[in-house]
Design a protein around this ligand. Sequence first.
Ligand code: DGY
Length: 332
Amino acid sequence: MAAKPKVFVSRIIPDAGLDRIKEHCNADIWPDPLPPSRDVLRARLADCEGLVSLLTDRIDGELLDAAPQLRVVSNFAVGFNNIDVPAATTRGIAVGNTPGVLTDATADMAFCLLITAARRVVAGHQYSLSGEWKTWEPLGHLGQDLFGRTLGVIGMGRIGYALARRCRLGWDMPVLYHDVYKSEKAEKDLGAKSVDLDTLLRESDFVSVHTDLNDKTRGMFNAAAFKQMKRTAVFINTARGPLVDQRALHDALKSGTIFAAGLDVTDPEPPLPDDPLLRLPNVVIAPHIASATVGTRNAMAEICAGNLLAGLRGEKLPHPVNPEVDTTRRKG
Ligand code: DGY
């Protein structure tokens, strides 16, 4: 019987995927709650054919060169900005991700942040606990209405569409979007209107980001962008922290340039303890938990295992990021 392929799993993922990996591979599983250091990753990968990585593992050419037998990297995430994909492709290493299964959970979190920030729920909760609550206040705790207000979606992919659908069908919101691609589906189903970024920023009551992080989008939400938004606008980010210039966001929130923000992602993660953003009353920050439901994480684990095992067997990955890498050339 052929020896099982050696793989490194950089964190404990749900059994829904891990059990299959353990069954079919000689799996070295990193047991700590914190990610392995770069040196540990390099050492553990030296004789591995497969890797299950997380968005906290930086996978670049230098690391891949230290893993001469590596054939497949299966990222336990839909986003893959932690991986230098061209570097993997050049080395003939297949990369997989987990699209689709976290769409609804992430759209739910975007909506949760939207309504929480718009209605000042967290500040209200802290007020209730503080003992300051003395009476019902006609002018206290005023937030923003949702019904019929305009949603602006940047990046009308699966998650952007799922949020827009919730807002259009549930809260009767007109939807504007900005994307390099036209979304026939969003236009047909939801009456969404494609606009340039400036128009979207100027006209939206809620601005929600669902775009990839790359060299073009890094820092796109800067002081100039916040200045274009309405003073009543609520800004939502469930995509990636570095899309936002966090100092500019802080200044926009503090000066009242925008009304509030709801973030599931920050830059860095976690935010530095002395980041002044943490002390503002009009920001809600969740610890990157948009996909954190039992069902979603199980489904991600299943896909992640499926990608890994397919790559090791010399089959096409079910969810490839670089399909140009021909995994079938090397049957496992
Ligand atoms: C992803 O999958 O990219 C999310 O950020 C974490 O689930």
